[in-house]
Write a protein that binds this ligand. Sequence first.
Ligand code: ADP
Ligand code: ZN
Length: 768
Amino acid sequence: MIARVTLEIALRKEFDYSVPEELAAEVVIGTRVKVPFGPRLVTGVVTDLPESSTHTNLKPIASVLGVRGLITPRVLALARWIATYYCCPVEVALKSVLPDAVRKEDAGWRERLHVSLIPQPTGLPKLTQRQHDIWKILEEWREMSLQDLLRIGETTSETIRRLQEKGLLRIAPRIDERDPYGREQILPTQPLVLNSEQAKALAAIVSATDERFVAGHGASLEPVSDVTDPQLPAKRKGPANPGTLLLHGVTGSGKTEVYLQALAHCLGRGQGGIVLVPEISLTPQTVERFKARFNTGPHATLVAVLHSHLSSGERHDEWHKIRQGRARIVIGARSAIFAPVDRLGLIIVDEEHEHSYKQEEAPRYHARDVAVVRGMQEDAVVVLGSATPSMESYYNARSRKYTLLEMPSRVTDLKMPVVRIVDLREESRRAKGGVPAIFSQPLKEAITQRLERSEQTILFLNRRGYSTSLQCSKCGYVAGCPNCSVGLTFHRQAQKLMCHICGHEEVVPSKCPAPECGNPAIRFSGLGTEKVEDVLRKLFPRARVARMDRDTLKRKDDYRRILSDFRTGKLDILVGTQMIAKGLHFPNVTLVGVLYADLSLHVPDFRAGERTFQLLTQVSGRAGRGDVEGEVFIQSFTPFHPAIQYARRHDFLGFYDQEIEFREQLKYPPAARVALLTLKGRNEDKVKFTVGYLRKELEKRLSGWRDLIIAGPAPAPLLRAEGFYRHQIMLRTRVMSRLAGVLTDIQTTVALPEDLTLTVDVDPVNLV
Ligand code: ADP
Ligand code: ZN
């Protein structure tokens, strides 16, 4: 028997080994093994069991690690697709498909000593009062952990040992499963009666799952190549029934209820489901809604949760609950797309436009696109949901690659909020000194009104810190980061200047540090959330205010605590960065203020307009989710920018139509695919020289290609980050699968100086 093995030390190659007789039963595709490699033993994953090998004298596998087949053949197929499409070695892709806690097995199951009672039909021997009390507790509980017994019985281990000696109780280790949400009280919910839009969407999803369920008999594991390429029809065997649906539903249209009922349908016939949510640790409400529906009821199953804020032990246990088939519904962030759910019926990608679905280190996969591919491979239906779909997904829906489902109105009779734009140019004309106040007059009045009516307000500014720059008005000096090409931000509470790229910190100078200047009147300018909070407290001294950004959330429970205070009415105003922009559902919030909408427009990225439109729509969607109609104020210096105007009118289609024109003209996604090559190193001249050489190598391999634009080399918009200079080449093509082959070839054959690193990012979302 022969096993083909990918080694964890990245070599971009697979190696054949013989399988010793005594290990044969344990070696299947997906098993992790130790194998000899040169003088050492290294770890790898069995990726194939070929009939024969072109090599002779195969070395035997040394040992098997952990349980059999941690990686299922289906997940392995997915990893292979990722390696090919995103131009990375299979071993790197494989690292992402198992959580570290499972791969390294350092967490393991937690065993705890449990105490159980041994019944005494003939009566109790003589006991002390204390021993008798413990016996009474055990009689009631039958069995409990030793720890709990010590605590509840307010006793010592000595007493318990005495009882054990008398043969009255048994102490034995037992697996004690961790439950990250164990402390929460979750009340079961019943399916709601859907409105007609929801019912139509649900029917479409259910009928797609029905079709796939039939088609799924005899589904092949044929890897699909590049299914997300907009110009190519899905390459798969058999008829292409549309398996991906885009659910475009405005904020508050009741998408989650549709997901819940579609999942129930799948559970009903034995299929499982995966629900991806961006930044799940920030939305405990979502997890609760799924647990509340599926913990009990006719299709009761465990709901497993996977995200990076769990302890590694919790992650280990959650993952194994899925692998053992006890948890049939998985909710998680990006990497939950690899959850080993057997008989997968439905994958839901909520807020599909979110950039956090893209992994910013190798393998640089986009979980939404991986979901679409996994759906194809496993005959599962994929539902992409959003109030503001990405240009890519809507484009696919328009070209009928995806089925479009629309829910254009809010549930029951809720109206969309009224959005008012405040022209900051007008405000600065009126202001003394030409600098507009942080809160314009109309916004200030609106906040006052909410405080009087005991309604709540959310204020949004996408920049943390107090002031964004420290500048000398005499010589023009600006405090910058020594490692990155950005300015330092002043954090007042910490009394420090900080870099938001690399974390560098400095003390605040009392005078201009420029030699020969020394001006003591060095000034802070620009605005961050910390200052907003400060000014707010001065303007509205009686308002109860909390701020939520990365600076205030130091501990794991901070987020939950602040949100729970907000929900229970202990706070009037919540100030925050984009982490408060989405997903939150607070019926008493009737006012949303966006303090400076232009911030995200000034990013050097072709998606700046799209991002701004999405952010404004999402944050506006927090207003008016209860009985009282919502109102939104957007303060901006460019009030007529299309992203702002279309957001004001809740007009996604209008935005899409004008934006797609620009993308098509300039051949940007979704009209083309992008691959971004970034070369970085500490010596800028060396980086510059080598990136030029790379361009020539690319041209050599791509000569004669018609469908291709090569832009650059050029300095990255953020030239220097964490001490490294970065230069980029951007490639654009309609068919990425062809280009991916060339890029993999470049990475494996072009020798680069050792102190330079090349990264290849296929379908990048971050160009900076
Ligand atoms: P979305 O995810 O589209 O923003 P949600 O699913 O959060 O919307 O729904 C908003 C609110 O409406 C939730 O409180 C939800 O319980 C409620 N809701 C959803 N569907 C219905 C329905 N059919 N009838 C009554 N209430 C509903
Ligand atoms: Zn820095």
